[in-house]
Design a protein around this ligand. Structure first.
Ligand SMILES: Cc1ncc(COP(=O)(O)O)c(C=O)c1O
Length: 469
């Protein structure tokens, strides 16, 4: 159907929308029922001309906002130059080499080789391949609640929700899942009569010992895992999201990342930082692993995607210099990897983030957003506000003030989705996160103070509607 016909059908009432969307598989989760016409900055417009504040940024992909002029220009220019300079046919293409140079500026300095592909899942799969080939070991340890993608390999490492795996087994073997420190719901702390967290406000200065103390149980469980479940000599890599995204926007407690590095070093295990959602400036630093324990984690690989190219499909793995040494030419590849237009978009994205001070803006607007959300915790059952920069999540607890402290940490089922749907009625686009009742805020890195205020107002109106207060 011609696009204007689709648009006309889509904004006609009821059944017409369903008819226009008849080819869209129902297996895709849809947070909203609108058909998008265009986007600019933090805003999108639907086919009926309604305007929405987009606090999802395409799940963190449109890092510089929709249609950033520098990205648009770079893409236009590259589309007229060369689009597909296939990576096996040529030694390289010029935009790839420029992107290599830009990445070598912003990546941890030990990561000097860059393999490009098209999606986060594909990048995770390739990181597993590289880790196996580089170490000659098979097993991968991932963390409970993590999300690493939907391909057959990445899905095996994913445990954030069963829905991502339902009917899709059998899964890739050699995967071991370790507990993750979700301190807010930590049973060890609960037995001592308190939470590992000061429940909201959990605010800057983050991770001061007054704010949060880990009981150490997850780290200990991981150590036991290497005694009881899998020999460390069989473990190629530990993969983790520096800020756990899909699993609920969880941050690691002080000492956890540094401890992982020590454990990995002790056993010659590689540490893979899956920065698909947390990276590319989202946390207020180029890579979120640097936010914790003074950057002591120092990954052996960084997996990147999403925000690196403002919504264009570019992903990849940054590795140490020697990681490909055991691999014959032809072992890695992919038709579209390092697509020239996507590389141009990534270059323009990095340039825009740097020249327009978006890392600083992400930190400042992130604090504004968190402070606003903490303010709402007085009126609504928000039991946690967490994250870094513009990767911010809240978690709802029970709306009843009676009951045990553990029952107060458990929200009524479905409230996060109900608030997300109510926010939509106030022209605010949000997403839920995790298996508990959490909502995530992922605005573009150049979101303004005024837009953050608009978001807070819309979110409060949505909470008011759901909680009738
Ligand atoms: C941390 C993380 N890793 C991997 C992926 C998979 O990326 P993609 O959807 O591009 O395959 C995601 C997607 O949300 C993610 O958040």
């Amino acid at each position: 159907m011609h696009s204007t016909l689709v648009a006309a059908a889509a904004h006609a009432a009821g059944g017409a929308l369903e008819a226009a969307c008849q080819h869209v598989p129902g297996a895709l989760m849809k947070f909203n029922d609108i058909v998008v016409q265009k986007g600019l900055g933090s805003w999108i417009w639907d086919t009926a001309g309604n305007k929405y504040l987009d606090m999802t940024a395409g799940i963190g992909a449109t890092s510089t906002g929709h249609c950033h002029p520098k990205v648009v220009e770079a893409v236009r220019e590259q589309a007229g130059n060369i689009v597909h300079a296939q990576q096996n046919i040529f030694k390289a293409h010029t935009k790839q080499l420029e992107l290599d140079a830009a990445l070598s500026r912003i990546m941890p300095q030990q990561l000097t080789k860059y393999f490009y592909c098209n999606s986060g899942s594909e990048a995770v799969d390739n990181a597993v391949k590289i880790a196996r080939a580089a170490t000659g070991r098979e097993c991968i340890i991932a963390f409970d609640g993590g999300f690493h993608g939907r391909s057959i390999g990445a899905m095996a490492l994913t445990t954030s929700k069963v829905i991502y795996k339902q009917h899709f087994g059998p899964f890739m073997p050699g995967v071991h899942i370790a507990p993750y420190p979700y301190c807010l719901h930590c049973k060890v702390q609960a037995e001592k009569g308190h939470s590992g967290y000061h429940v909201a406000p959990y605010m800057p200065p983050f991770d001061s010992p007054d704010n949060r103390v880990c009981c150490g149980a997850p780290q200990e469980a991981l150590e036991w895992m290497l005694v009881q479940h899998v020999h460390p000599g069989d473990v190629a890599a530990i993969i983790l999201e520096p800020i756990m995204g899909e699993g609920g926007f969880l941050t690691p407690p002080p000492g956890f990342m540094a401890g992982l590095r020590q454990l990995a070093d002790k056993h010659g295990i590689l540490l893979i930082a899956d920065e698909v959602q947390s990276g590319a400036g989202r946390s207020g630093m180029w890579w979120a692993h640097g936010q914790f324990d003074g950057g002591a984690m120092q990954p052996d690989m960084v997996v990147f995607a999403k925000g690196i190219a403002s919504g264009y499909p570019l992903a990849g793995v940054a590795t140490r210099q020697h990681h490909f040494d055991n691999m014959q030419p032809g072992t890695m590849g992919g038709t579209y990897g390092g697509n020239a237009v996507a590389c141009a978009a990534a270059l323009a994205t990095i340039e825009a983030i740097e020249s327009e001070g978006m890392l600083g803006n992400a930190s400042q607007r992130g604090v504004q957003l968190m402070q606003g959300l903490v303010g709402l915790a007085d009126r609504y059952p928000i039991i946690d506000v967490r994250g870094r920069g513009l990767m911010v999540g809240i978690e709802f607890g029970s709306s009843s003030s009676s009951g045990s402290s553990s029952s107060r940490l458990k929200a009524e089922k479905g409230v996060a989705m109900a608030v997300t749907k109510a926010a939509f009625k106030h022209n605010l686009l949000l997403m839920t996160a995790g298996a508990r009742e959490s909502i995530r805020f992922l605005p573009p890195l150049n979101v303004t103070a005024e837009e953050v205020d608009t978001c807070l107002n819309g979110f409060e109106a949505a909470c008011k509607e759901v909680y009738k207060r």
